[in-house]
Design a protein around this ligand. Structure first.
Ligand SMILES: Cc1cc2nc3c(=O)[nH]c(=O)nc-3n(C[C@H](O)[C@H](O)[C@H](O)COP(=O)(O)O)c2cc1C
Length: 203
C-alpha cells in the first residue's frame, strides 16, 4: 500500500492565522463581500465539524437598508425593556442599538440544537461556534476584516424576536464583516506554553 504523502504546507494560511485580528464593528466600512463572495463565505463557514451531521445552525444576513431598519427596532425595544434605567443612560444604549450594524454585512449565526438527538446539545453548540470562527477566518482570507460579537441584541428575548430567532434557538454570534478603516494593533496573546501540559499517567 502506498501512503499518501503529507500535503504541501500553506504558508499563506499560516500567516493569516498568525496575524488575524478582530476589528470593532464601528471601524468596518465598505467594501464588504458582494453577493457571490457572501455565498462563497457561507459555504466556507458551513464546512465545519458537525457530530451526527445535524446542521445544528443557520444564518440570518443583515445588509443594506435592513441595517438601519433593524437598528431602529432594536433601539425601540431597548427603551421599552429598560424603563427603570436613568433616561440618559437608556438613551445612550438605545443609540448604540440603533447603530449596531455599521458594517456592510452582518451574519447572525443561529445555533439550533436538534432536541432528542443522541449528540449532546453542547457538541451541537460547539459546531455553531466553529461556524462563527470559519466565517471570520474565511472573511479574512478574502481580504475583509470582521468581529464576532454577542451582547444585548443577541440575548434579550425582545431582540431575538426582532432578529427572527425562534424558540429552541440561540445566537452563537453576530459576525460583522467589512473593511477596516485602520489596521488594528495586536492585543496580548496567551502564553500557550503555560497553558499546555503533556499527559502522564495519574498517581
Ligand atoms: C462568543 C463570543 C462573544 C463575544 N462577544 C463580544 C461582544 O459582544 N463585544 C466585544 O467587543 N467582543 C466580543 N467578543 C470578543 C471579540 O470577538 C474578539 O475576541 C476580541 O475583540 C479580540 O479580538 P481578536 O480576534 O483579535 O483576538 C466575543 C467573543 C466570543 C467568542
Amino acid at each position: 500500500m502506498t501512503l499518501r504523502p503529507r500535503r504541501t504546507p500553506s504558508p499563506d494560511t499560516l500567516a493569516l492565522l498568525a496575524s488575524r485580528r478582530s476589528v470593532a464593528a464601528a471601524g468596518l466600512q465598505a467594501p464588504g463581500p458582494n453577493a457571490e463572495e457572501t455565498q462563497r463565505l457561507l459555504t466556507l463557514a458551513a464546512r465545519v465539524p458537525d457530530h451526527g451531521m445535524l446542521t445544528p445552525w443557520r444564518f440570518i444576513l443583515i445588509e443594506g437598508t435592513a441595517r438601519a431598519e433593524i437598528g431602529a427596532l432594536l433601539a425601540q425595544a431597548y427603551r421599552a425593556n429598560n424603563p427603570q434605567m436613568p433616561e440618559e443612560k437608556r438613551e445612550k444604549f438605545a443609540a448604540i442599538m440603533g447603530r449596531l450594524f455599521p458594517a456592510p454585512l452582518a451574519v447572525v449565526v443561529v445555533s439550533r440544537p436538534v432536541a432528542g438527538s443522541a449528540i449532546p446539545g453542547f457538541e451541537q453548540e460547539l459546531s455553531a461556534g466553529a461556524v462563527c470562527m470559519n466565517l471570520l477566518t474565511g472573511a479574512t482570507a478574502m481580504g475583509f476584516d470582521g468581529i464576532w460579537v454577542t451582547g444585548w441584541a443577541a440575548t434579550h428575548k425582545a431582540a431575538l424576536a426582532i432578529l427572527g430567532v425562534g424558540e429552541g434557538e440561540r445566537v452563537a454570534g453576530i459576525v460583522h464583516i467589512g473593511t477596516a478603516s485602520e489596521a488594528p494593533a495586536d492585543r496580548p496573546r496567551p502564553d500557550v506554553a503555560a497553558l499546555a501540559t503533556r499527559w502522564s499517567p495519574p498517581g
